[in-house]
Ligand binder design. Structure first.
Ligand code: C5P
Length: 310
């Protein structure tokens, strides 16, 4: 629990995400790859409390293992607070308290959610009133997934993943997540994909490398049809993430054997997301996966982006 929660703190909650579709194009000179992706925000959250302070500091608690998360300027939430202060000419500081619910280095955008939440929380704490467009611009500068954590829901991402277009998604999709104690580094996974491609290995089972989200993905989301979505989910990073991780390949097979419609590595992994036909099936799949000794969570999407809780 909080060691420093104050009555005048601002509380903001931001969600983790799954990439329902992730097509990765070529690497550019800035180190980023072109993407054609569809994000869905799911009901696993980061809670950020912004406490008034003269300086800048940060503490982290968690429902998940927070061992390696830095609390200095390497932390994206800290960078977000300082960027907002600098942009808006704020001369005071903030003490950020982060309660993590999204797996660390899990491919679900937990750090990006922290940054989005910190922007919204500090904007409210300091009364900087940057508005949606101002915060979006800062989010884009902080990282490719930060704008989506701000907006939430279901959205197409182009460019580095930060050029967002909201996508219609009817109803609710039930997901079971299998988390992993050993995280993966996002830049390393992108690098491994480049290496696999250079050796001509990664595209054997992939659709043609066109950077468009298939119409079938958007139609299934619009119809709220999990059965139609399951066979068209795709992640170009999956091969790179499961390379040398037989545990992930085994988990993917087990989830489907236990009744999930389909499983996919989330973003750069190693979290696996299983799409299920409904909440009852999802609970069964979760229980069966837990019975094998894995950590499995039942979540749903889409949910809202970063929002003020009080
Ligand atoms: O922007 P963010 O900090 O989330 O990105 C982490 C890393 O993931 C980048 O430094 C880059 O190596 C890789 N990345 C990429 N292409 C993207 C998004 C991320 O290569 N579109």
């Amino acid at each position: 629990m909080s060691t420093a929660r104050s009555a005048d703190a601002v509380h903001v909650r931001a969600p983790g995400k799954i990439n329902v579709y992730l097509g990765v194009g070529p690497r550019h000179d800035d180190g980023y790859h072109s993407l054609a992706t569809v994000f869905q925000a799911v009901s696993l959250y980061e809670d950020v409390y912004a406490h008034p302070s003269d300086g800048f500091s940060l503490e982290i608690h968690g429902d998940v293992d927070v061992g390696d998360v830095p609390t200095d300027d390497r932390n994206l939430a800290m960078r977000a607070a300082k960027l907002l202060a600098q942009t808006a000419g704020v001369t005071t500081g903030v003490h950020l308290e982060i309660r993590k619910g999204v797996p660390v280095a899990g491919g679900m955008g937990g750090g990006s959610a922290d940054a989005a939440a910190a922007l919204v929380a500090c904007d409210a704490l300091w009364g900087t009133e940057l508005g949606v467009h101002g915060l979006h611009e800062l989010a884009t500068r902080l990282g490719a997934d930060v704008p989506f954590a701000l907006h939430g829901g279901t959205a197409l991402g182009a460019g580095r993943g930060d050029e967002l277009t909201p996508a219609l998604a009817r109803g609710r999709f039930d997901w079971v997540l299998v988390t992993s104690a050993d995280g993966l580094s996002t830049p390393e996974i992108y690098g491994r994909l480049d290496a696999l491609r250079a050796h001509g290995e990664a595209l054997a089972d992939a659709p043609p490398l066109s950077l468009d989200v298939p119409v079938a993905v958007l139609q299934a989301l619009r119809a709220g049809d999990a059965t139609a979505l399951a066979p068209v989910m795709f992640n170009d990073l999956e091969r790179a993430a499961i390379d040398g991780r037989p545990d992930l390949e085994l988990a993917l097979a087990d989830g489907v054997r236990f009744g999930a419609l389909s499983g996919i590595v989330s973003g750069s992994g190693p979290t696996i997301a299983f799409l299920c036909a409904g909440p009852d099936v999802a609970r069964t799949v979760q229980q069966e996966l837990q019975a094998t000794g894995r950590t499995a969570l039942h979540v749903h999407g889409p949910v809202a982006g970063a929002r003020l809780m009080g």
